[in-house]
Write a protein that binds this ligand. Structure first.
Ligand code: BG6
Length: 487
């Protein structure tokens, strides 16, 4: 057994929203992969909870059908023996006595309650767990994003959950923090002498963070239309990535050492509000077009509401007002129905101060460090070299390329695999602390308020394009372009 596949202590993991999309598409497959790797002790139980009237056999059959394509049948059946189901409605009494008896009253046993439901139910569920004393000892609660839809509602949820579970028992998940490249960013920055001296406004020209998806909102329209791209992706995933790029070196990887540094970045973000939102942000909404070779409807048709003002795309220019980053723009963009699925962080260094090469040699390009989160996770460092061979001195821009799959020949684990086991181990380093969520809402709130005060509709863009042309103008106005490798 390798060091990475050490078994964790026995645990019970209860997934509220156990028949939902996230549970079936992400959480159960993640647990299955950890099971195959030998990390899940045989006495551990995974318990799906939802309102549907199912029993263990019915739930297992549902999961089997959903997972069979990605999992090996023999192993899957063994795994499913550790999976159970209890029907429950957070707002009704039925079933809770039975559920509490099933979980049992052993406070020293690790019990993880994963709330993969709408945030409106978080408080009801936590209150029930408290009422049945399931919040004691080694119990933990995992809160899926979004936590609220603004600062006030996030505070309400955090206050109410905080009455039942202490902060150290509360794991606010942001699955982007579990992605391999994000972990690697930490190691790259703080495990090499090369980057840190250059990691500041004297040497870095700008940073881009792109999270592009080809999918539309599909059947998640009811949730998405109330959220939009800023709440769904920027307030959490993208800001967390920005923090990992921009934070000061923490003194160790102790959870609070890392989270303290991220929090300082969030506090240093310059406000975007009524006074500057029109210059610094672009909102878009997709219209009918082509995605992955097929015609797809526009957002209003998909949603069945032609009046929706929800953005499915956002691009913005953020700035961090501190010594390290003053004057370095962070261009952020995310959207649904873009031409390719790509998430990456691009750090562009400043040009060399003086060129000694003649114009015939070709253009000198700026060095870029590209951290690719998906697909094909890896890191590329773009350098200028001489084109090999005779023919005069010609400059070439080439990547030092480290694709993780090629270099290590392994499939990268899904972010949820790492994060779920971190909860079982009780390690909150890669989870958001309450004050981080609040600081992120404090920054996002004025952006949302400015948009709603302007009364402007999001700009339409054709599905399969890179968003409204204004998003290109946002960066080109500053004499820069979006990274072309991703486009
Ligand atoms: C989720 C968002 O948090 O992240 C979704 O709610 C989005 O809208 C998803 O599609 C993207 O995650 P990933 O890991 O597929 O990039």
């Amino acid at each position: 057994m390798t060091a990475s596949s050490q078994s964790v202590e026995p645990f019970d993991l209860v997934i509220f929203g156990g028949t939902g999309d996230l549970a079936v598409r992400k959480l159960l497959p993640a647990l299955f992969h950890r099971f195959v790797d030998g990390q899940i002790p045989a006495s551990s139980r995974i318990v799906g909870v939802a309102r549907e009237a199912l029993d263990d056999a019915g739930y297992r059959a549902q999961l089997r059908e959903a997972l069979i394509g990605i999992c090996e049948a023999g192993k899957l059946d063994v795994f499913l023996q550790q999976v159970f189901y209890r029907p429950l409605d957070a707002r009704k009494d039925d079933g809770w006595d039975d559920f509490a008896a099933f979980i049992g009253a052993q406070p020293e046993h690790i019990r993880v309650f994963y709330l993969s439901t709408s945030p409106e139910l978080f408080v009801d569920i936590c209150n029930r767990l408290g009422q049945y004393k399931l919040n004691q000892g080694a119990s933990r609660v995992v809160l899926e994003k979004p936590i609220g839809r603004d600062l006030a509602s996030a505070n309400q949820i955090n206050d109410a959950v905080g009455k039942v579970f202490s902060e150290s028992q509360t794991f606010r998940i942001d699955h982007y923090l579990g992605k391999e490249t994000v972990q690697n960013l930490l190691v790259l920055r703080f495990g090499n002498a090369l980057f840190e001296p250059l990691w500041n406004s004297a040497h870095i020209d700008h940073v881009q963070i792109t999270v592009a998806e080809t999918l539309g909102v599909g059947h998640r329209g009811a949730y998405y239309d109330r959220a939009g791209a800023l709440r769904d992706m920027v307030q959490n995933h993208i800001l967390q990535l920005l923090c990992m790029v921009a934070m000061e070196p923490p003194s160790s990887l102790a959870p609070d050492a890392v989270r303290d540094e991220k929090l300082k970045v969030l506090h240093s973000l310059k406000a975007i509000d009524d006074s500057n939102a029109a210059q610094l942000t672009v909102r878009g909404q997709y219209r009918a077009g082509v995605a992955e070779g097929a015609s797809v409807p526009g957002y209003p048709d998909e949603l069945g509401n032609s009046k929706s003002n929800t953005e499915t795309f956002v691009a913005l220019k953020a700035e961090i007002a501190n010594w390290r980053w003053a004057g370095v723009p962070f261009y952020l963009r995310t959207g649904k129905r873009l031409p390719s699925r790509v998430s990456e962080i691009v750090v562009t260094f400043k040009p060399v101060p003086h060129s000694i090469f003649s114009a015939d040699a070709g253009q000198l390009a700026q060095n870029r460090l590209v951290l690719r989160l998906q697909p094909d996770e890896g890191v590329k460092l773009w350098l200028t070299i001489k084109h090999p061979g005779p023919g005069g001195l010609r400059l070439r821009h080439v990547p030092l390329d480290m694709s993780f799959a090629e270099a290590f020949g392994v499939q990268q684990p899904d972010a949820y695999e790492r994060l779920l086991l971190d909860v079982v181990r009780g390690n909150p380093t890669l989870f958001m602390r309450r004050d981080e969520v609040e600081a992120a809402w404090r920054w996002a709130g004025p952006v949302l308020a400015a948009w709603s005060a302007s009364g402007e509709a999001p700009r339409p863009y054709t599905a399969g394009s890179w968003g409204p042309s204004a998003a290109v103008a946002l960066i080109e106005r500053d004499g820069r372009t979006w990274n072309e490798d991703s486009e």
